[in-house]
Design a protein around this ligand. Structure first.
Ligand code: NAD
Length: 500
């Protein structure tokens, strides 16, 4: 586990304050845009800093810089093992700069620095190391015996990548875009979420310090307009997007117009299936955490539908309520805080709207979330647990992105599997049981991209991604790297055999 990271006030943070320039191609340059993007802490309302709001001209400059670097071959022709070494160095530098980076991320999105270190830094550096390992072992060239004789199959970088990410785990998401793009030999222009642009600059500088050459990486802070400019740019070969299903649909449609490669990591409404043999005491904390309290519920992989057997319903619900009550809302800088704020007031109102809707549709709030006293400057709301939920209710169908858990009772395990699969989404899930192999058999029947038995986590070396409305494509490991490559077949003359 990660040690506690000491919190610092916003004024003392590396990378905070007013940043007058854009990070383009590894250098700080004056923006074309005269507009600024202001960043405020969701916990206190305190101003954290500002960055230039990249306009279409700035996006164009970043993409052209990336294209020139790609065409020059400075990175794509660097041997994969050397590219891997740079990724490993970037992971080491992120760990060395952990206090600066986690404090800045914390100031921007509200989780405690310790939670940022545990959930985002560990996972982010893990995926960088995972992609480095994948690139080192990867079959970049392969000779095959084809119908007409020998064929050389090569894998090559897809080109210039446009990456667009969400605010909820920005350190992890940036690593999961830079990692595979750089392992593959691509150039990358990343648009951070407008809520969390400051840490993206600090991280990009860290990658350059680790050895990424000039021109290869750029950050274009902005909102939807900057994202669209990136998606529509003719010099971008691939878009990789992490965010909501609604935005993913719009982006995929635009990519279709220009036939850009496109991979999408979108929303979820996952299920935690609790089997009747679960060891409740051993698992209750992890169950409640991964169901709805991880990152204050702002997690795409949250398993917010908890399916419990009728035979143990009351006992499980009582333990869940008790556990959820033990989470302590507070400032990210305060020792003991385990529940941060939501990202914006709008998001809090949306969450409260879902809680009202749940009651309206007949569910019972056995734990009723409120705005905690004494934290009035932030966008806090305490956990809600609903019972009496049926899978057709709005709270069971839509992604809420806040600390709201729906308990759905089931009769048989087949019923539980059917309920879990009756969703427009298919991102994550978990099975809770004393019999691991029984859990695996249930997991095999769930139509989602990742599942955990008695916990949930994303493994850096194993594919992660969604079925159905949760996305297209996979990240992490060899499958993640594949998504940033083109395949090429070179047919040798008939009768030719290479010497190797
Ligand atoms: P969002 O879709 O509103 O925004 C995400 C990013 O896309 C932001 O940078 C935003 O500026 C940009 N954007 C929005 N519309 C765009 C458009 N039409 N064209 C180009 N860019 C556009 O999502 P959000 O509210 O910031 O993030 C929360 C969502 O992200 C949730 O649905 C969550 O499940 C999802 N998410 C998914 C994963 C995953 O790996 N599957 C991980 C984290 C978050």
């Amino acid at each position: 586990m990660t040690e506690t990271v000491e919190s610092r006030p916003a004024a003392d943070l590396v990378g905070a304050g007013d940043q007058p320039q854009l990070f383009i191609g590894g250098r700080w340059v004056d923006p074309h845009s005269t507009e600024k993007l202001e960043v405020f802490s969701p916990a206190t309302g305190e101003r954290v800093g500002s960055v230039p709001l990249a306009d279409e001209v700035d996006v164009d400059t970043a993409v052209k810089t990336a294209r020139a670097a790609f065409e020059s071959g400075v990175w794509r022709n660097t041997p994969p093992a050397e590219r891997a070494a740079v990724l490993n160095r970037a992971a080491d530098l992120i760990n060395e700069r952990s206090a600066d980076i986690t404090n800045l991320v914390s100031a921007e999105m509200g989780a405690t620095p310790t939670d940022v270190a545990t959930l985002q830094q560990l996972a982010g550096t893990g995926v960088l190391q995972g992609y480095a390992a994948a690139a080192t072992d990867f079959p970049w060239e392969e000779r095959r015996a084809g119908l007409f004789g020998e064929t050389l199959v090569t894998r090559e970088a897809v080109g210039v990548v446009g990456a667009i990410i969400a605010w909820n785990v920005p350190l992890f998401l940036l690593c999961n875009k830079f990692g595979p793009a750089l392992a593959a030999g691509c150039s990358i222009v990343l648009k951070p979420a407008p809520e969390t642009p400051l840490n993206a600059n600090l991280l990009a500088q860290t990658f350059v310090d680790a050895g990424v050459p000039e021109g290869v990486i750029s950050i274009v802070p902005g909102g939807v307009a900057a994202g669209q400019a990136l998606v529509d740019h003719p010099d971008v070969d691939k878009i990789t997007f992490t965010g909501s299903t609604a935005a993913g649909r719009a982006i995929a449609a635009r990519c279709g117009e220009t036939l850009k490669r496109c991979s999408l990591e979108l929303g979820g409404k996952s299920a935690a299936i609790v089997l009747d043999d679960v060891d409740l005491e051993a698992n209750i904390h992890m169950l409640v955490f991964s169901a709805g309290l991880i990152n204050a519920g702002q997690a795409c992989v949250a398993q917010t539908r908890v399916l419990v057997p009728q035979s143990r319903h009351d006992e499980i619900v009582a333990a869940m309520v008790e556990t959820a009550k033990s989470f302590v809302p507070g400032l990210p800088t305060a020792p003991g805080t385990t529940l941060g704020p939501l990202i914006t007031d709008k998001q809090r109102q949306k969450v409260e709207g879902y809680v009202a809707k749940g009651k309206e549709e007949g569910a019972t709030a056995v734990l009723d979330g409120t705005r905690p006293e004494g934290l009035d400057d932030g966008f806090y709301v305490t956990p809600t647990i609903f019972t009496g939920v049926t899978n057709d209710m709005t709270i069971a169908r839509e992604e809420i992105f806040g600390p709201v858990i729906s308990v759905i009772a089931y009769d048989t395990v087949d019923d539980a599997i059917a309920i879990a699969n009756d969703s427009d989404y298919g991102l994550a899930g978990s099975i809770w049981t004393a019999d691991v192999e029984r859990g695996v058999e249930v997991a095999k029947q769930i139509r989602t991209g990742t599942l955990g038995i008695n916990w949930y986590a994303i493994d850096p070396a194993s594919p992660f991604g969604g079925y159905k409305n949760s996305g297209i494509g996979r990240e992490n490991g060899r499958e993640g790297l594949e998504s940033y490559l083109e395949h090429k077949s070179i047919l040798m003359p008939m009768g030719y055999t290479s010497e190797s």
